[in-house]
Structures are given as C-alpha cells and as structure tokens.
Design a protein around this ligand. Structure first.
Ligand code: ADP
Length: 613
C-alpha cells in the first residue's frame, strides 16, 4: 500500500522540527545562538500544532469543531507564554526571571484542552446547548484560576519563596496535566475505530508534554535548564505530535465523512446520553463549588502555613465563591427553564395521546356500527325489495282506482328512500381499500347531507344544497370524499349549535378546470383559521373533539390532487372551500326524484348517458 500524502506531511514534520531541533540542540554549545534558535523553534511548533488541529474545525458538526478549536486554543495560550519568554531572552537579552509572569499562562493553557474533553466529540449525539457549553467552560476555567491563586500565588506575592513557589507550581501543574491525561487515556480505552487512533495520538502528545514540562520545571528550579538544551527536545516533539495528530484526524474523519453516514437521530440511547451529559456537567459543577469551602476549611484548621498565607487563601476562597456560585445558579436557572419547556412539551404529547385514544375509540365504534349495519342491511333489503316489487305491481295494476295507486306510489318512494339511506350508511362505515374512479360530486355531497340530516331532527339547523346542473366528474374514491364532506358538514352543524341554530349552504360549481364545493354556515366563525388543519387542533372539549377530522380531510383532499381552504366571511360565519381537478366527463342533471332522494353510493359511477365534454 502506498503511503498517503498526509503520511508524508507527518514524516516531514517530525524530521524537520524534531530531527533538526535535536541535531542543533546536541551540536551547538549553550550561548546566544542556541537560545535564539531554541526560542524561535518553540514559538513555531505551537503554530504548527495549531494549524494541524484547526484543520478539523471546519466540519458540519459543532461539537467536533469546538473540540478541535479548544485543543488549538490550548496550544495558542502556550505560545503566548513562550513569546513572553522569548521577549526576555532575545529582545531584552536577560535571563527569564523566576518566578516568571508567563507561568500563569503556561499553567492555564491546559484548561481549554480539559474543557474540550467534556464535549465527547466521538459521540454521535445532538449538539449540546451552546449556553451550557459556555457556562461549563467558564466554570471550569474559574475553578482552575482559583486553584492557582490558592496554591501557587501566596508564595510569590504574600511570602516570596521561590523554592515553595516552584514546588507548588509543579504540583498543581502535574495535577492539571494528569486530569487531561486521564481523560484522554479513558477515551482512548473506551472508544474504537478512528477515534481510538486519534485519542491514542493525543494521549501520546499530552504524555510527552507532561514529562518534558515536569523535567523543564525541575531543571529551572535546579538552575540546570537553558533554552535549546536537550530538555526541550521532548517539548518540541509534544507539539509536533499534537499537530500530526490533527493531520491524522483530518485524514481519518474525511474518510468517515466520505462513507454514507446517517444523520444522528434522537434514539433512546442518544437521548439517554444527552441526559447523562447534563448530569455529568452538573456533578462537576457541584464538586467544583463544594471544593471551595473544603479547601478553605483545610487552610484554616489543618494546614501549618504561616497565618498570612492562610488568610490570603481564605480571602481568595471567599472572592472565588461569588462568581462560581453565580455561575452555578445561572446554570441551574437555565436547566430549570429547559426542564419546564420539556415538561410542557410532554404534557402536550399526553393530551394529544388522549385525543388519539378518543379517536381510536370512535373509529372502533364506527367499525362495529359498520358491521352491525352490514348485517342489518341484508335483513332490511329483502323485505324492502319485496315492498318495492309489490308497490310497483299495485302502481301498474290498471284495475285499481286512482287513490290506491297514488298511495302505492308513495309507498314505493319511501321504500326507495330507505334503501338509499341503508346503502349510504353502509358505504360510510365499511372499510374498503381506496379506489380511483370518475364520480359525480353532486351525488356524493347529497349523500353526505342526507346522512348528517338523520341526526338533525328537532334542531333549528337547516342544510340547503345548490348544485351545478351539469358538473364535470372527479376522479376519486367516493367513500373517502363522503367522509370529507360529512366531517365538514358535522363541524358546521356543531358550530351552529353553539349559537342555537343556523343555515348551512352547500354549493357545487364548476370553475375553469376544477369542480368546487363550498360549505358556508351562519355559525360563529372559525377562531383560528390558520390552525384548523393542524392535527390535534380543536376548540371542542376533550371527549367531543379530537382535532383530527380536518387534518384527515386535508390529507384526503391532497391525495385526490385537490385543495381545501377555509375563511371567515365578513358578514359572519365560516366557509370551507374544496376544489378538485375535473375529469373529461360530464354528469347530467339528476331527475327530480333522484335529486330529492339522494343517490346511492353504489350508483355514483358515470351512467351510460354521459357525454365527453
Ligand atoms: P374536531 O371537530 O374534533 O375539533 P376538526 O379537525 O374537525 O376537529 O376541527 C378542528 C377545529 O376547527 C374545531 O375544533 C373548530 O374549532 C374548528 N372548526 C371547524 N369547522 C368549523 C366551522 N364550520 N365553524 C367554526 N369552527 C370550525
């Protein structure tokens, strides 16, 4: 296998930076030349590390970008301290003072790296809240600053003691580096695949840095260290390693992005991870705040330091408590707000679930009604056919007088009407797969009205139907359209009932290449017209409304290639308007008898007398 371009870059970086540095460091004797070379090289290697790490900060994943940016920020901070060191040695031509002002920056540079680990970039999970990210980072940084002020600073500003300063600085520095190493090591062992390789490299680089930094600090305290000495070889190597880890990660993650990666979904495992995220950060925050009084108590009651140091430590602790606890409270407040939002969302879901349950119960009832009607229809149809046959015989019997024949005609009309009603009921309740055939909208609308009218007796509600005499056909499923019209009529009836009654005008018309059906009621109007088609939107009490009727109608009309809209009329009342694309078939006007009785759903197919338009 041929090595890739990035492998050559990695090799070149190691040879150029580490190889040449080691060569110069071992060949040149201590002096201004070696110092200048050492300082400049140590300013350049963090820059290289920065470039390598930042290569990965341009992905589409905020979590990963932040991880690499924080790692790079760590290197940048180190470089700032090194520039200060270089200023003393090259510009001022002075040995760097001990204690050195830049020590604080050298110490602080690990904090963004530790914060980066908290982002867990190897996990495929939703982005953490940006606000929490900033808050946690501020909390962590403040805590480490506090520790520095507590442990190291007294030996510089309260009781100047270089030996104790160095000793305490080294201790805290090791503790800080150990936290970073433990985090990187844990991730290295727990992850697999590409991230395992990346963490292993970052762990190696951090290990190399920790050892070299400890060696250099001890060397400085023993006055055997000088810039460009062999102490620095491992230091330079550590930064080159950080940079090459970035290059390696870029190559590995680009290969991963090339593969088809499913976008992260909120699976239960991911949701659990997210919850753990919050718990973990909250626990750390609590531990940080709790450590303050503990450290203060240790300083006052248990430590044997001089009183001035103990007093200083107490003051520092009291001072740090204010911003740290404020941050913790702010975090708690934000978490509370987030939880409230989630609680509201889950309450809404429960309500929706209850509505859905009611809808299921209703659907179940409707299905049993359908079964019942199917059984009853068979029984009712037989006597009805007999009634129709006998009444026909009576009408055709010339020996009878005018009066009995008129009565027989009335019996036949009523029997026909009953037959239509039974057929309509059946077609509404039965579960049939949707079909698409040309159908007469006028017939479907009148069937829906007839059905709804059954339950209107004794109420002050009237339904008036005005149909276009010759209407083009519509391709669709008569059963589904019947349900759409029935639902809209029912809603209008419900609305008018609220104000004690009213009139519903149903109109069918032809508009260019469309068939339009308009339902205009004289009810109170729609409260929020822009919401009525949303699932679960209802203004009716639980148990009466489910908020699903119109959203189902919307879906059905869309499936038929149509459009459904609604608006409140200026003079009052609501109008629902449905339009369907017309098909090239004309339905003739129905005769007076069939118009009055309504047309059975079975007879909705175009009749043989239809002409093409
Ligand atoms: P539901 O009837 O179960 O409430 P729908 O989706 O059928 O569900 O209707 C949603 C809401 O639309 C109703 O609760 C009602 O507020 C409103 N609505 C529908 N039709 C009318 C109408 N003709 N007049 C006034 N409001 C209406």
């Amino acid at each position: 296998m041929r090595p890739s371009l990035s492998t050559w870059w990695i090799l070149a970086a190691w040879i150029l930076f580490v190889g040449s540095y080691a060569g110069v460091s071992l060949l040149l004797r201590p002096g201004p030349g070696l110092t200048t070379y050492g300082d400049l090289a140590q300013c350049v290697v963090p820059l290289f590390a920065n470039a390598g790490l930042l290569l990965n900060a341009g992905s589409s994943n905020w979590r990963r970008n932040s991880f690499w940016m924080l790692m790079a920020l760590g290197c940048t901070l180190w470089m700032v301290a090194q520039l200060l060191w270089t200023y003393f040695e090259i510009y001022l031509h002075q040995p760097v003072p001990n204690p050195f002002t830049g020590d604080f920056i050298f110490f602080l540079h690990t904090v963004p790296m530790i914060a980066a680990l908290a982002l867990e970039p190897h996990k495929r999970q939703p982005e953490p809240g940006l606000r929490f990210g900033y808050l946690d980072f501020s909390l962590l940084s403040l805590w480490w600053v506090y520790l520095y002020l507590f442990v190291v600073i007294p030996w510089r500003y309260v009781l100047a003691n270089v030996a104790l300063y160095g000793q305490n600085y080294n201790l805290l520095n090791i503790a800080e580096n150990m936290v970073l190493l433990t985090g990187l090591g844990a991730y290295w062992l727990r992850t697999s695949g590409r991230w395992r390789v990346i963490y292993a490299n970052l762990f190696g680089a951090a290990c190399c840095y920790t050892t070299s930094s400890l060696a250099i600090n001890v060397g400085i305290d023993r006055r055997v260290y000088y810039t460009g000495s062999s102490y620095d070889i491992a230091l330079v190597a550590s930064f080159v390693w950080f940079g090459t880890a970035g290059i390696l990660a870029y190559r590995l993650c680009r290969a991963e992005e090339g593969e088809s990666v499913k976008p992260s979904e909120e699976t239960p495992a991911v949701a659990e991870n997210r919850q753990n995220d919050g718990v973990w950060a909250a626990r750390l925050a609590m531990a940080a705040v709790l450590s303050l009084p503990l450290l203060a108590a240790w300083s006052v009651f248990a430590s044997e330091e001089p009183t001035a140091v103990r007093q200083f430590r107490l003051q520092v602790t009291l001072g740090a408590m204010v911003p740290l606890t404020s941050l913790v409270f702010l975090r708690l407040h934000l978490v509370d707000r987030d939880r409230l939002r989630l609680l509201r969302a889950s309450q809404e879901s429960i309500e929706n679930l209850q509505r859905l349950q009611t809808q299921f119960v209703q659907a179940e009832k409707l299905a049993s009604l359908g079964q019942l009607a199917a059984g009853a229809a068979h029984e009712i149809n037989n006597p009805l056919t007999a009634i129709l046959g006998y009444s026909d015989l009576l009408i055709d019997d010339g020996s009878l007088g005018e009066k009995p024949r008129t009565i027989a005609t009335k019996i036949r009309d009523q029997a026909r009407r009953t037959k239509t009603l039974v057929t309509n009921l059946l077609s509404f309740a039965r579960q049939v797969p949707p079909e698409r055939k040309p159908l007469d909208v006028n017939a479907v609308v009148s069937s829906a009205i007839q059905l709804r009218q059954l339950a209107l007796r004794g109420r002050k509600i009237t339904i008036e139907l005005r149909t276009e005499p010759v209407l083009p056909g519509v391709r669709g499923d008569s059963n589904q359209l019947l349900q759409v019209f029935f639902n809209i009529i029912s809603n209008a009836v419900d609305a008018m009932e609220e104000i004690g009654g009213g009139v519903l005008n149903v109109r069918t018309l032809r508009e260019r290449a469309n068939v339009v059906i308009e339902f205009s009621d004289t009810g109170p109007g729609i409260k929020e017209p822009h919401l009525v088609f949303d699932p679960f939107y209802t203004t009716k009490p639980v148990g009466k409304g489910t908020g699903l009727g119109l959203s189902i109608c919307y879906g059905l009309v869309q499936e038929h290639g149509g459009q459904i809209t609604c608006f409140n009329r200026p003079e009052g009342g609501a109008t629902f308007r449905i339009q369907f694309p017309a098909v090239l078939l004309l339905f003739p006007p129905r005769d007076a008898a069939s118009a009055k009785e309504g047309i059975a759903a079975d007879s909705m197919a175009p009749s043989s007398s239809m002409e093409p338009s």
